[in-house]
Design a binder for this molecule. Structure first.
Ligand code: GUN
Length: 295
């Protein structure tokens, strides 16, 4: 039987510590006002919810939150110009371009146009390079959140076999790099599985810590999990639920009800990794604002 890891409580604690630090710095430095700019292109419903929640949380900790809703029809050049303007705006410490972008937009070129010093999402090649080199500056929020949950829950990572299912630029790849660092909360042996991995069950069942980030409901079944493993579910899949006012509910990538009987600890969805993402984004934005003022 598993311990259910309360990501929401861990995230709330981190968010409170960010709010406290902003408050303290503001008392001695009237110029201190961290600014987070979120850019959303088009009308994707899930992305709108994410951006609204990020804005609400940023304001709640004493940041300036700016959100920009740009039309689906925006051109590549217009979007890049927009991001460059935010990159040059002294009141902006963190820039987040909500992904995915519409199909006609070259996502990588847009990310390249973010000032790396304000790339609180950690997706710019410069920041990815720093992570690869073991000198992380901005670590993408979700991987940083996963590591924070493990550390705060007292789960030893050093020397453990971590198996990550999913090789995305936002979660799988940076999470693998993060957990193999020569650092506290890391030093793991990391295996990354993906859609072309053969006999995936043979690999997942060797994991001391199994992390699911594939975007597929019930991808991880009990038979894929070693007895006593720690299971972290990064999935946020929307499924129809007519009993909800919204018409949907969120489920993860893990068959929670069955896997929890095999694992020793597991994150739920919702209330697990999800809340950590926003908390880490706020932390990155605070760090960026402090760095600007050499604090
Ligand atoms: N879309 C889903 N997750 C994320 C994230 O962490 N950052 C950005 N920019 N877009 C996302």
């Amino acid at each position: 039987m598993s311990i259910v890891l309360n990501g929401k409580a861990i995230a709330d604690e981190l968010t409170e510590s960010v709010a406290l630090e902003i408050n303290v710095i503001k008392k001695t430095n009237v110029r201190f006002s961290p600014g987070l700019a979120a850019v959303l292109v088009g009308g994707d419903a899930a992305s709108k919810v994410y951006v609204r929640n990020k804005k609400r949380s940023a304001i709640s900790v004493g940041m300036e939150a700016l959100d920009y809703y740009l039309p689906e029809s925006i051109t590549q050049n217009e979007l890049e110009d927009y991001v460059v303007k935010l990159s040059e705006d002294a009141s902006v410490d963190g820039i987040l371009v909500q992904l995915p972008l519409p199909g006609h937009i070259d996502q990588e070129k847009v990310i390249d146009s973010i000032n790396p010093a304000k790339d609180v999402d950690g997706l710019h090649p410069y920041n990815v390079g720093l992570l690869v080199k073991g000198q992380p500056r901005f670590v993408p929020a979700t991987p940083a959140g996963v590591q924070h949950i493990l550390v705060k829950s007292g789960i030893e990572v050093s020397g453990k076999h971590v198996v990550i299912c999913g090789r995305s630029e936002i979660v799988g790849k940076p999470l693998g790099l993060l957990l193999m660092q020569r650092n506290k909360g890391a030093n793991a042996t990391v295996t990354i599985c993906h859609s072309k991995t053969k006999n995936i069950q043979d690999i997942t069942s060797q994991a001391d810590i199994l992390i699911a980030a594939v975007g597929q409901q019930n991808f991880i079944k009990a038979g894929m999990v070693k007895q006593g493993a720690v299971v972290i579910d990064v999935g946020t899949n929307r499924i129809n639920d007519s009993s909800r006012k919204s018409g949907y509910r969120l489920v993860g990538d893990v068959d929670f009800e069955n896997v929890k009987n095999v694992s020793s600890a597991i994150t739920p969805v919702p209330g697990g990794v999800g809340p950590m993402t926003i908390a880490m984004l706020l932390k990155n934005t605070l760090e960026s604002a402090k760095r600007k003022l050499n604090l």
